[in-house]
Design a binder for this molecule. Structure first.
Ligand SMILES: [Zn+2]
Length: 324
């Protein structure tokens, strides 16, 4: 049965590679979901799982659950839940055009405030029409999971909630910095290159990528470990560093706008710190500070995700399974 377990690891890796990084990378989202899972009551876990498995077939949400294998059933459920935090990126895969057209929405992954520095001060600029919708969609989907919607509708909503909560904790998912070089905004640091000017496109590295993958690059999965073997010690270390009891007063569970504001402030003050230079890889000191910020953001995101799902599914009235 070990083969089945390996197969699942390989499947996870293949999906991870094929979707690229858009928001915390694959591992960032899974770390956040692992932390949320630790916070879920047994009842909420069962309800969330049951709801996810009733997802519309064309979403493929239910198809990732392995009903058997060598792993303990609880571990299988946890790993499936962790994978679900990446579903919104998985659906970017154009090899599945029906799913892509119906479920992929690139501007649901961020909610960027346009800003610039004028006379040494941060100035917020008017938002263009085609801005990010992460906060709007998060609000809508949190309402869905707390409503009497069908379980199938709630399944898609859970997957989006899990993903968006993670994304808006990445500081650059809330920021569009405007400069002379980037008069229409820097696309969350995607246009801010860290590789020398003139580097061929396929070798360029940018600030958005740097932040998306900061945790994993610091502790690369060099072995052939399953995701969980690599991620679990990391998540446990984060939770030890930032215990729930110590930061529960900061959770503001019903106020995702406040989470996005925290992210924006970090983007303005810490991501674009004075020592960050265009066309240069960030210094050791910058990386160290960045890693600390990322660890705290991923942990907060996990606790917040856990609270949202506990509130909705712990002792909740079972919703209808089909539309009336
Ligand atoms: Zn995303």
């Amino acid at each position: 049965m070990k083969d089945l377990r390996s197969l699942f690891c390989i499947v996870a890796v293949v999906f991870g590679l094929s979707v690229g990084t858009f928001g915390w990378d694959d591992s960032g989202h899974k770390l956040t979901a692992y932390i949320a899972w630790q916070r879920l009551s047994p009842e909420a876990r069962e309800r969330v799982l049951k709801v996810l498995l009733t997802a519309p077939e064309d979403s493929t949400i239910g198809s990732y659950y392995m009903p058997y294998g060598s792993q303990e059933v609880d571990a299988r459920k946890r790993d499936y839940f962790m994978f679900m935090a990446t579903w919104a990126d998985v659906v970017r895969d154009r090899a599945f055009p029906v799913r892509y057209r119906k479920y992929h929405h690139s501007n649901w992954h961020y909610d960027d405030v346009f800003w610039t520095i004028k006379d040494g001060k941060i100035e917020v600029l008017p938002e263009p029409e085609e801005g990010g919708l992460a906060l709007t969609k998060l609000d809508e989907y949190v309402k869905v999971i707390n409503s009497s919607a069908t379980d199938a509708e709630k399944a898609v909503a859970i997957a989006w909630v899990m993903h968006i909560v993670g994304d808006i904790h990445q500081p650059l998912h809330t920021s569009a910095r405007v400069t002379d070089r980037e008069p229409k905004g820097d696309q969350g640091g995607n246009l801010f290159l860290l590789t020398p000017e003139g580097t061929p496109r396929d070798k360029q590295e940018n600030l958005h990528w740097f932040w998306d993958s900061i945790v994993v690059r610091n502790k690369a999965n060099t072995g052939n470990d399953c995701d969980i073997e690599f991620l679990e010690p990391l998540a446990k270390a984060f939770m030890k560093k930032y215990p729930f009891e110590k930061i529960r007063d900061r959770l503001a569970v019903s106020n995702p706008d406040a989470w996005a504001k925290e992210s924006l402030s970090l983007a303005q003050n810490s991501v674009f710190s004075v020592d960050l230079k265009r066309f240069e890889m960030p210094s050791k000191d910058y990386k160290k500070k960045g890693l600390k910020i990322a660890e705290e953001r991923l942990t907060l995101a996990g606790y917040r995700m856990g609270e949202i799902l506990n509130r909705a599914f712990h002792a909740s009235t079972p919703s209808t399974t089909s539309p009336n």
